[in-house]
Design a protein around this ligand. Structure first.
Ligand SMILES: Cc1ncc(COP(=O)(O)O)c(C=O)c1O
Length: 440
């Protein structure tokens, strides 16, 4: 039997991370996008305050990327990356590795942030085994960490809603505490003064399990999806020192901080801390085509390259690793970033942005304001017994007022495209100030 498609029926799409029934009652449909704005189905221009999902760093509908993707589909639509290759994959890997400090010289391609995280965790485990330390099997994450939704990512992640319904997850995982400390750091501009000592939590975990059992620690340099937690001054350096002291790999999940979000190409540059593996995705193609990449240090890569030359060194990869269309999109994205200075633009705008974020101090419900680079967070006091409700009302009211924001818990997270102008910043925060005055 042929069933005819029902274009206006919203039933069949089981939407991700969405209250499906509530959404389908009153859908918010986007039908176009250009520059800083989305176009809605009812014809409104909505300012993109979150770069889609932290991915559209160069803004929407960028001509170079559109052209590169269209050309690539016609020229080479697909090529396997297992025992085969195509030139753009190698060109892109070289170009990406040149953007990272040495020794992060090698690039493994994935299709998403979640896959980048699972890839990095697997490389960490396989690396320990390859160098004869297979008993180092534990993975350490952090409370309130978000590392995507694969079983590896939710296991090292620390957001209970993402974990509690999915069984036992990976074994051999532990967590250090998060760095959020409202009592000492509320309303800090930039990096918080207090809390470098939270890194010593890693020493506690090491004392409990012994370093000889621990393969790697994974953290987001700036925790994003949990509500923008900026690392305290000196915290990441201390984590690096502790990992070095105990021969434990350090993995940075730069899925949101990568590609200019902090005003430097990567958080690695911003904080001056070089991990052993870096997970990226999102901004790598400006969100146009799914892609992710894991950067690995030469120490790790070379360890794998020591066996017989005819043997596959790492039994891992995806059908769409280094997909030609994604590679073309990424090369054009990197051109766009470079030509327009977008990877450092957040640094130029960050003080104007910081003032705008902190202009909301004193407005109803606001218990903290945080910022770094072109990231902002507005933490609201929760309605007793109804967590998330207040921020979600703000999200709906902002969308009605032609501004798109993201919320997580009762925190509004802001991360606009890096092409943002001061007038857009004024529109964003002017609208949010009104929204905060209107919601219960
Ligand atoms: C830090 C971090 N890691 C991993 C992911 C997962 O990325 P994806 O949704 O592309 O799988 C995200 C997504 O927001 C993220 O913020």
């Amino acid at each position: 039997m042929t069933v005819s498609p029902r274009p206006n029926n919203l039933d069949a799409f089981w939407m991700p991370f969405t209250a499906n029934r509530q959404f389908k009652e009153n859908p918010r449909l986007l039908v176009g996008a250009e520059g800083m704005y989305y176009k809605t189905a009812d014809g409104r221009d909505v300012l993109d305050g979150s770069a889609g999902l932290w991915c559209v760093n160069a803004g929407h509908a960028r001509p170079k990327i559109i052209e590169a993707v269209s050309k690539q589909v016609a020229e080479l639509d697909y090529a396997p990356a297992f025992q085969m290759g195509h030139p753009k994959a190698f060109e892109l890997a070289s170009r990406l590795s040149a953007m990272m400090p040495t020794p992060l010289d090698y690039v493994f391609f994935t299709n998403s942030g979640s896959e980048s995280v699972d890839t990095a965790l697997k490389i960490a485990l396989a690396y320990q085994r390859a160098r004869g330390k297979g008993e180092k099997y534990r993975l350490i994450g952090r409370e309130r960490g978000y590392h995507g939704v694969g079983f590896g990512g939710i296991s090292v992640g620390g957001i209970s809603g993402n974990r509690k319904t999915f069984g036992t997850m990976l074994t051999g995982v532990d967590h250090i505490r998060h760095t959020h400390d409202l009592s000492r750091n509320a309303f800090t501009r930039g990096e918080p003064e207090y809390g470098a000592e939270f890194a010593d939590e890693m020493e506690r975990v090491i004392a409990l399990h012994d370093a000889s059992t621990i393969a790697a620690l994974i953290v987001e340099p700036v925790a994003g999806s949990t509500g923008v937690l900026i690392p305290p001054k000196g915290y990441l350096k201390r984590l690096r020192e502790i990992c070095d002291k105990h021969d434990i790999l350090l993995i940075f999940d730069e899925v949101i901080t990568g590609f200019g979000r902090l005003g430097t190409p990567f958080a690695v540059d911003y904080f001056g801390v070089v991990p052993d593996l870096v997970c990226t995705a999102k901004g790598i193609t400006n969100g146009t085509i799914p892609m992710g990449a894991v950067f690995a240090s030469s120490k790790i890569y070379e360890t794998f390259m020591s066996g017989p030359e005819n043997m596959i060194e790492l039994f891992h990869g995806y059908t769409y690793s280094a997909h030609p269309v994604a590679c073309a999109a990424s090369l054009a994205t990197l051109d766009t970033y470079e030509e327009e200075g977008l990877l450092t633009r957040a640094a130029e705008l960050s003080s104007y942005w910081e003032d705008a974020v902190h202009s909301l101090k004193g407005l109803p419900h606001v218990i903290d304001l945080r910022n770094l680079g072109l990231i902002g967070a507005i933490e609201l006091e929760s309605i007793p017994g109804a967590p998330t409700k207040r921020a979600f009302s703000a999200f709906l009211k902002a969308f009605e007022s032609n501004v798109m924001i993201r919320t997580t818990g009762d925190i509004i997270a802001l991360s606009p495209p890096l092409i943002i102008e001061k007038s857009h910043i004024d529109q964003l925060f002017g609208t949010l100030a009104n929204v905060l005055k209107q919601i219960d």
